[in-house]
Design a protein around this ligand. Structure first.
Ligand code: AP5
Ligand code: ZN
Length: 216
């Protein structure tokens, strides 16, 4: 299955991507994770991406598209993939079509995680990520046994730089202006599945998997 997960910052894309990808045995490709790995690795790509990410703006399409094209060309993505955080505007959606066309394939389905902005702010303000394994926690909703320590691998937890209230507000504006038009774009193509992303993590996973099982 070739699928895209779309939704506002904090909708739970990263959280659900882990479970959905595992359920369908496909690799999870998260542009945010790839950028963050490059930032912590101090690469040229990371240096370039950091200023945009810290401001809550999109990294330029040229850079992002080249990175995704490379990743989609890797052998593990040949039989399917889950894209988390890409495409993020209509230009990137056309680039994805073109990249997949070059590989002789096409997109199957786009899942929109639907959630209101108050919940998004609650989710982002309490988010903590594991520095070692990347697992996503929440101080209230998905707490760890010991504060600041990952239950899965014992790694340190950290708060993302772009989860500051002011940056979150800007990321939501960027989403509304640039990413939300994608919903209509994919709906008109008959590729959109909307999933209610309120409720527990398990409830949302269940809804997404049920919806995907029906369309694939
Ligand atoms: P990215 O990392 O993609 O950030 P985002 O889209 O803003 O999404 P988030 O990661 O903030 O949220 P999420 O939906 O994954 O929520 P999560 O599962 O963590 O991108 C970061 C930056 O990189 C961008 O701003 C941009 O600069 C750049 N970038 C990335 N892709 C790009 C592209 N294509 N083009 C250009 N630039 C790009 O959940 C949030 C919290 O809620 C967690 O704490 C979680 O535990 C909790 N939670 C999740 N589900 C539930 C639930 N059901 N109930 C209660 N709590 C829950
Ligand atoms: Zn961990």
């Amino acid at each position: 299955m070739r699928l895209v997960l779309v939704g506002p910052p904090g909708a739970g894309k990263g959280t659900q991507a882990e479970f959905i990808a595992e359920r369908f045995s496909i690799p999870k490709i998260s542009t945010g994770d790839i950028f963050r790995a490059n930032v912590s690795g101090g690469t040229e790509l990371g240096k370039l991406a950091k200023s945009y990410m810290d401001a809550g703006d999109l990294v330029p399409d040229k850079v992002t598209v080249a990175m995704v094209r490379d990743r989609l060309g890797e052998p593990d993505a040949a039989a399917g993939f889950l894209l988390d955080g890409f495409p993020r505007n209509v230009a990137q959606a056309y680039e994805l079509d073109s990249a997949l066309g070059d590989l002789g394939s096409s997109l199957d389905v786009v899942v929109e995680l639907e959630v209101d902005s108050e919940e998004v702010v609650r989710r982002l303000s309490g988010r903590r990520m594991c520095r070692k394994c990347g697992h996503i926690w929440h101080v209230d909703y998905e707490p760890t046994d010991a504060e600041g320590v990952c239950d899965l691998c014992g790694g340190d937890l950290f708060q993302r730089d772009d989860d500051k209230a002011e940056t979150v507000r800007h990321r939501l504006d960027v989403y509304a202006e640039q990413t939300a038009p994608l919903i209509k774009f994919y709906d008109q193509r008959g590729q959109l599945v909307v999933v209610d992303a309120l409720g527990t993590v398990e409830d949302v996973t269940e809804r997404a998997i049920t919806a995907l099982t029906k369309v694939t």
